[in-house]
Design a protein around this ligand. Structure first.
Ligand SMILES: [Zn+2]
Length: 415
């Protein structure tokens, strides 16, 4: 399953509309060690397409996983906010689903076990499933049993045959990374006890569209979900949503609650009705909405090129902040070079002294950015701009101005 995808990975429908054509892009975490190594860099088409039937947004070119993760810069720790989010979720789930010592909680893409550990502390048995042996080993170290496997029908059948069906299945920020969506969701239905619950968290497509967050599209993400498209996938496999809530994580996410379709005791929540209505009003069932998005993406690029050309003409220097996937999609899409943006700062020491994938802009420390006294600092993770402005001000005053790139370039006042 590598290469061009011509039909919808959920329903087999035609991928009729291009929502964002971001050109040829390298893997967004494939940092380059030196200019000498840059000529070996591979690029792949990055296009978000929309299925004309179920309206699932998906990339139409799959890159081999070893190409994506071969040079991966590993992030070992989670933010305190994220850990608190996980703990609050576990406490809610234990109460709401009456979990106890006879229950089983299974997490898909359980990573280093930071979430499941909370259930262990409450005396609720758990099982983690994650394809990465590195993170699974870290989970085992803190006492979270973890299977190093890809999840799908065959693993679910095996667990069910061993009598290990789940009362609660958790999948946080995993769905976008799944190439074979039907196999994954069919597996969930097989693994779930008749009375069990599934909760899934994912970045909400509605937020992506409203805030023109096309820079969150990159090769590691196969699909981008609306409630509208997701409900169709779940119902195909005998599952139904009965509740959903908004979360502030990842620029606006949804947490959905699902169960087997034949659960007469469950009614759709008011919040689920409201979210369906919001998506309907925003036109997510309508192909024209996605075409309009493509124009807004083009406007963003035009404003970036015009900003860089003006800065160059006026002899002003531009630096950037944040060597993350988000920034790489944007810079490569706009065809930015080191002549336009001389350096990019990042706090992660593993990225410093490397070059950004595709654009080959050198990554430096935030201190080095301030010392270079650029006229403009382009904040690539623009959703975190308040935090980043604060961080840079704490390092020192440098007399330049902040710039945010999306939905169109905006130069901020000095304050
Ligand atoms: Zn489809």
């Amino acid at each position: 399953m590598v290469g061009l995808v011509s039909t919808c990975r959920a329903c087999g429908g035609r991928l009729a509309v291009t929502m964002a054509d971001l050109g040829l892009q390298p893997a967004s975490n494939a940092f380059i060690e030196s200019l000498a190594a840059a000529h070996e860099e591979k690029r792949y088409p990055l296009r978000a397409k929309v299925c004309e039937i179920c309206k699932l947004v998906q990339v139409d070119y799959d890159v081999a996983p070893q190409e994506l993760f071969g040079n991966y810069v590993y992030f070992s720790s989670y933010s305190d906010d994220w850990l608190a989010h996980a703990k609050a979720y576990c406490e809610m789930a234990r109460r709401r689903f009456e979990l106890g010592s006879k229950s089983l909680v299974v997490e898909l893409a359980s990573n280093d076990g930071y979430l499941l550990k909370n259930f262990i502390d409450m005396g609720v048995p758990v099982l983690g499933i994650d394809p990465s042996d590195t993170v699974a080993a870290a989970a085992q170290m803190i006492g979270v049993p973890t299977l190093v496997e890809f999840f799908g029908v065959s693993l679910a059948e095996k667990l069910a045959a061993e009598g290990r069906q789940a009362d609660l299945i958790i999948g946080n920020n995993v769905l976008a990374h799944v190439p074979d969506l039907n196999d994954f969701v069919a597996g969930i239905a097989l693994l779930l006890k008749p009375t069990g619950t599934v909760t899934i968290e994912f970045p909400h497509l509605l937020e992506l569209i409203e805030h023109v967050e096309f820079d969150t599209i990159y090769h590691e993400h196969y699909s981008y979900f609306s409630l509208y498209a997701l409900e169709q996938v779940f119902s195909r496999h005998g599952l139904r949503l009965f509740d959903a809530e908004r979360l502030p994580t990842h620029g606006g996410s949804l947490r959905i609650f699902a169960a087997h379709s034949k659960r007469p005791d469950l009614e759709d929540s008011a919040s689920l009705h409201r979210l369906r209505a919001e998506e309907g009003a925003a036109g997510l069932a309508d192909l024209a909405t996605y075409l309009k998005f493509a124009e807004r993406v083009e406007n963003c690029r035009r404003s970036m090129l015009s900003f860089l050309a003006t800065a160059h003409r006026e002899g002003k220097t531009v630096a950037a902040y944040g060597a993350a996937a988000k920034g790489n999609t944007l810079l490569n899409f706009c065809g930015v070079t080191p002549a336009d943006i001389s350096l990019v700062a990042d706090r992660n020491p593993h990225k410093q002294s490397k070059l950004l994938p595709g654009t080959h802009i050198p990554v430096v420390s935030p201190q080095a950015l301030i010392e270079s006294r650029p006229d403009y600092v382009l904040i690539l993770p623009w959703n975190l701009q308040a935090e980043i402005r604060q961080q840079l001000h704490e390092i020192g005053e440098w007399g330049g101005r902040f710039v945010t790139p999306v939905p169109v370039v905006r130069i901020h006042d000095i304050h």
